[in-house]
Design a protein around this ligand. Structure first.
Ligand code: PRX
Length: 635
């Protein structure tokens, strides 16, 4: 018998030990008892981190949508699967039952098939947080198409890069989206993107805001009339365990975004099992994760993990500040939310508001609070614990990544004693380790180092779409035979982990991963700019904000600096998206460089963070004199 639901600390340690001692048995028991297979696997696990090659449940046949929907129909057909809360609080919430979800997914799957989408084809999904978004993921999975969701806050440029990288055949989008009191012209962004995307044959458009948009003849169609004609039955495509389920792009420290490829069986088993235990979901609970499905958190813990457990999962279209800063708390009271999962940046922004916004709502339904996306600082942790959790609901500070597919280091609520700012202990099956700069494992406790994982887990990304070498170089070469996370961490005296942040050039702003390269490219596109470098600096609400150092061309020097700053941010909005805008821009004559021409970001980071006294050794620079100049003109 597997321990599908872990109830107390002794049991956690027991399950954890079993998962390490005999991983194959451990995972096969869980897979066998809790999921529906057309055929069982021949091998539980085959792996070699030196290639790297990782295969879980090889030989098994399944469809993830049968596990997320069909198998619940007999017992939970009338239970709400997706509870949709619209942007406008006066618009009715929608309760989509498992039965209705089954019909809607099948209808869309049939529409996709009618448009020539087959197993293995890539479909780009660029939608706001409306039910059609979750339904699109599931419809792709129903017929074995690989979905590639692009967050609907990304620009047309970012969208076309992602479409082209994976040769998508189709885009599913909407006429527009609501964001608080504003609307966003999504279809207009798609139209610009598609000027450079020859692989796209069809665009299906959801009518969300009733706006007048252009429909390109032969390419674009409104989705609803097609759905109305489609059958509500669609046989699920039988997939191999290792067939790709989706691609999701994440930023790297250099180069273009990486299309992380997740496969079917291992991802399903791991997201379902973590969901069950990290949120202690019980039948009839209402669970809400505030992330956007455009990010991995939404894929794993709004769609697949909850639905695989037959849960009720809330999708919220709006933002925490509309119509006022009480919106999250109002929704919790309205739907009697039991598990609430959000990001530290939202917690910090809400903690700054008048306490009445939270206190006037009945939050007594809450049993578990979650945090994800970046380190949660002590102050935010206490506010969340005291004001929202009333000191009775444990906070699960969950550490994981797009690449890991599921939660890796986390407390289990009512099981693991929590400690502010600590993600605490590895989930069963996860073998973290800390490495020093010489590539040696650091043993013992009260130590810090680079966080690696020593052994495969079922939901790890298998490759980078179209570039396996980059997958190997990014994750498996820094430390031999280990997966390198890119994060630093410390381990305290009882073995709890605390994630200290990225050790590479990825900057996490409001919980969003931003690579420096595409932002610097966008800045350099400006005709007055010669060169630029961006770094992160601490910010009260966003965690980190972006600071840009920009060298102007001679022709740009006479220009008004404030106008230039606006234009540079406009370029970033167009090329990457508004989330990547710079908070501060310093114009400078030079950037500190090593003899090999590499920008010394460490120095720039310290100056932007106003840690001028600890710049370290600058003697290896070719131009140490620029450091003084930059220091003197810091903003
Ligand atoms: O630096 C870590 C940080 O977010 C990175 C992964 O970002 P992304 O792939 O966008 O996935 C975010 C949602 C899973 C990590 O490398 N991070 C994520 N969760 C935490 C965290 N840092 C500290 N504490 C966390 N709980």
């Amino acid at each position: 018998m597997s321990n599908y639901s872990i109830k107390h600390l002794e049991e956690y340690y027991q399950v954890y030990r079993k998962s390490i001692r005999d991983p194959e048995n451990f995972w096969s028991e869980i897979a066998e008892e809790h999921f529906m297979w057309h055929k069982k696997w021949d091998n539980v696990l085959r792996w070699d981190f030196s290639k790297p090659e990782i295969k879980w449940f090889e030989g098994a046949k399944l469809n993830i949508t049968e596990n997320c929907i069909d198998r619940h129909l007999a017992t939970k057909g009338d239970k709400t699967a997706i509870l949709f809360e619209p942007n406008n609080p006066n618009e009715d919430a929608q309760h989509i039952t498992y039965k209705r979800l089954h019909e809607r997914v099948n209808q869309l799957a049939n529409v996709l098939k009618d448009h020539g989408i087959k197993k293995g084809d890539r479909v780009c999904i660029y939608l706001p947080m409306i039910p059609e978004l979750a339904i699109s993921l599931l419809a792709c999975a129903r017929i074995g198409a690989i979905h590639s969701v692009v967050f609907a806050g990304f620009s047309s440029n970012a969208l076309s890069t992602r479409i082209n990288d994976s040769d998508c055949k189709m885009v599913i989008t909407a006429d527009g989206s609501y964001r608080g009191s504003k609307t966003i012209d999504l279809k207009g962004i798609v139209d610009v993107a598609l000027e450079d995307c020859p692989s796209i044959k069809n665009v299906l458009v959801v009518n969300r805001i009733n706006s007048k948009i252009e429909m390109k003849e032969g390419r674009d169609q409104w989705l609803q009339p097609l759905l109305d004609k489609a059958s509500k039955e669609c046989k699920a495509e039988i997939m191999d365990a290792e067939d790709p389920l989706f691609i999701l792009y994440t930023s790297g420290s250099t180069g273009k975004p990486k299309g992380m490829v997740h496969t079917t069986a291992g991802y399903m088993v791991y997201t379902a099992y973590t969901f069950k235990n990290v949120f202690q979901y019980r039948e009839n609970d209402v669970y809400w994760c505030t992330a956007d499905i455009g990010w991995i958190t939404g894929h794993s813990y709004i769609v697949y993990g909850p639905l695989a457990n037959g849960a009720t999962t809330v999708m919220f279209e709006g933002i925490p500040s509309y119509p006022d800063f009480g919106r999250f708390w109002e929704i919790i009271a309205k739907h009697k939310i039991n598990q609430f999962y959000t990001a530290p940046t939202a917690i910090r922004a809400l903690a700054k508001q008048n306490i009445d916004f939270a206190e006037k709502h009945d939050l007594s339904s809450i049993k578990v609070l979650g945090s994800v996306g970046e380190p949660i600082n002590e102050e935010a942790w206490h506010w969340y614990n005291d004001i929202i959790g009333k000191k009775k609901s444990p906070i699960v500070d969950t550490w994981w990544q797009t690449e890991t597919g599921g939660i890796m280091i986390t407390p289990l609520p009512y099981v693991t004693p929590t400690k502010p700012t600590y993600a605490t202990l590895p989930f069963p099956g996860i073998q973290p380790t800390l490495m020093d700069e010489n590539g040696q494992e650091i043993k013992g406790n009260q130590v810090d180092g680079r966080l690696c994982i020593k052994f495969p887990w079922p939901s790890m990304a298998r490759t980078i779409w179209g570039n396996h070498q980059r997958y190997k170089d990014t994750y498996f070469t820094a430390f031999k035979d280990k997966y390198f996370t890119g994060d630093g961490a410390l381990r305290d005296e009882v073995g709890y982990y605390r994630i200290t942040g990225r050790v590479d050039d990825v900057i996490i702003v409001s919980g969003h991963n931003l690579g420096t390269a595409p932002i610097e490219d966008a800045i350099n596109e400006h005709p007055a700019v010669a060169e630029s470098a961006i770094v992160g600096f601490p910010h009260d609400i966003k965690g980190n904000a972006l600071y840009g150092y920009v060298i102007l061309k001679e022709t740009g020097e006479s220009r008004d600096h404030n106008n230039l700053r606006n234009e540079i941010n406009q370029n970033i909005t167009e090329h990457v998206g508004p989330i990547a805008k710079l908070d501060k821009i310093q114009f400078t004559k030079g950037l500190p460089k090593t003899r090999s021409g590499k920008i010394m970001r460490r120095i720039l980071r310290k100056i932007a963070s106003r840690e001028m006294d600890s710049l370290g050794d600058t003697s290896t620079l070719v131009n140490p004199e620029v450091v003084e100049d930059i220091k003197n003109n810091v903003i």
